[in-house]
Design a protein around this ligand. Structure first.
Ligand code: BGP
Length: 481
């Protein structure tokens, strides 16, 4: 049965992007390399995917991109600041042209009554810091992150109210070598990622405190990838595996941000596995203080996951979705003695093996609300596919419309059950570089005409989903047809 509860007045409708995935101009106007520039050049050499040097060329198309957002009726836009564009060496002298770019972008958004939602760090650490001390490998990053956070907060404090410190910390931890430029020793050191996670929590806390100190009326959050973990069966061992996975993959990160504590069962597991990390005197007090400045949780929801009791003796490994756009090629995650991923036969998948589960979004929203009673903001949700640009300039993407429609219905149902949801920023405002499949896998409402091999002029075309979303926004989510 369709639930008719309207979205609250003032609900923010928009979409999301991240800097290195869309800006391009990677070596222009004083910007220096960040680790994603380097990682994407390596991916280009290995798989032939486009790199970040031009991406969607948003740096040169930002006015047109904001005009298209305004045409859809956006009232919010989530984007990230490219650290190495404003502080090319990570700390020290700012780059005036880079700083000005974000003033221009924010002013353009404000001129169209679009609320900026700014992510401080979306995977793109300046290479200068990676070369100096290994980025997240060193405690020095905590102070440097604070330096960067305070710099951008002071710069944009009168224009930006919503700040997200870190994008998808749990994904950074789980795919530590793909999201960061790290040495082979670090890659094969199983403890490294948990120590880095601790530094991220300290850096996040310092940035959250700075938001409250510097920005009048500032609201601080962080965006977490959030997939609920379902038990494969009602065997108690599978149910326990699902409980373990939810604690290990979700709660561990939320507890640190929202309660300022580390989840007991996860800490005990890490210790048993020899994966525990160094906590110095004062660290937990800082994390606690940061949690008192945490105003809303950003949720990146794409899918749910299914787990069962782990196969005895199975080695630790991460999940790998397929890179070829043909379903079925998945390697599931294993955490020894905790859980093992498996296929959920009850739901469908995208061609890239992402389970499609709108009800999982309602589950996540209500579960988090009931546990933490904190405002929630959808910071990502979307459907990656090989879209086709027709000869007449149209792009027919009914699969994306169907996916988004069902997820918006799930949001409505969650709101009716008391969830305080403040915004919907699906991925992505326009086509951009995928983190795993180059430019060919597209998520946008606007098609950007380029391929992995050919940059072309990056001309923009409105997809069918563009017109559909425009109507959704115009009716504040009432009309989803
Ligand atoms: C999230 C990231 C985004 C985005 C999205 C889609 O994890 O925050 O940066 O890329 O996933 O994933 P992909 O690009 O791999 O298809």
């Amino acid at each position: 049965m369709e639930i008719v509860t309207a979205f609250p007045k003032g609900f923010l409708w928009g979409a999301a992007t991240s800097a290195y995935q869309c800006e391009g101009a990677a070596a222009e106007d004083g910007k220096k390399d960040n680790q994603q520039d380097v990682i994407n050049r390596e991916i280009h050499d290995e798989y032939g995917y486009a790199d970040a040097s031009v991406a969607s060329d948003h740096y040169h198309h930002y006015k047109e991109d904001v005009a298209l957002m305004a045409e859809m009726g956006f009232t919010s836009y989530r984007f990230s600041i490219n650290w190495a564009r404003v502080l090319p060496d990570g700390t020290g002298a700012p780059n005036p042209l880079g700083v000005q770019f974000y003033h221009n972008l924010i002013d353009e958004l404000r001129a169209h009554n679009i609320e900026p939602v700014v992510t401080m760090w979306h995977y793109d650490l300046p290479m200068a810091l990676v070369e100096r001390y290994g980025g997240w490998a060193s405690r020095q990053i905590v102070d440097d992150f604070e330096y960067y956070a305070r710099f951008i907060l002071n710069e944009y404090k009168d224009k930006v109210k919503y700040w997200l410190t870190i994008n998808e910390q749990s994904i950074v931890v789980n795919y530590i070598d793909r999201k960061n430029k790290i040495s082979p020793e670090e890659k094969f050191n199983p403890r490294f990622r948990y120590q880095a996670n601790h530094y991220m929590n300290l850096a996040h806390a310092k940035a959250a405190i700075a938001v409250h100190e510097i920005v009048p009326g500032g609201q601080c959050g962080a965006a977490l990838d959030m997939a609920p973990y379902y038990p494969h069966s009602c065997r108690p061992e599978d149910v326990m595996a699902a409980k373990n996975a939810n604690a290990f993959k979700n709660q561990f990160y939320m507890d640190a941000y929202i309660k300022g504590i580390y989840t007991d069962s996860v800490m005990a597991y890490l210790k048993r596995q020899g994966l525990d990390f160094e906590i110095l005197p004062g660290d937990m007090e800082l994390i606690k203080k940061g949690s008192q400045c945490f105003d809303f949780l950003g949720i990146n929801y794409y899918q749910s996951q299914c787990v069962k009791a782990p196969t005895p003796g199975a080695a630790r490994r991460s999940k790998q979705n397929n890179k070829i756009g043909k379903g079925g090629h998945v390697t599931y995650e294993v955490q020894p003695d905790l859980f093992e991923g498996c296929k959920n036969e009850n739901i469908g998948e995208t061609d890239f093996s992402m389970p499609i589960d709108p009800l999982g979004l309602q589950y996540v929203l209500e579960d988090i609300h009931d546990r933490y009673h904190i405002p929630l903001m959808i910071c990502e949700n979307g459907f990656g596919a090989y879209d086709v640009l027709e000869k007449d300039g149209s792009i027919h993407d009914p699969y994306r419309i169907a996916y988004l429609r069902e997820h918006i219905k799930a949001m409505k149902a969650a709101i009716a059950n008391g969830v305080q949801l403040i915004a919907y920023n699906p991925w992505s405002a326009f086509d951009l570089l995928s983190t795993s499949n180059g430019i060919a896998k597209r998520y946008g409402f606007v098609y950007v005409d380029r391929t992995d091999d050919e940059v072309r002029e990056c001309k923009r075309y409105r997809k069918d989903s563009f017109y559909w979303y425009k109507n959704v926004i115009a009716t504040n989510g009432k009309n989803l047809e």
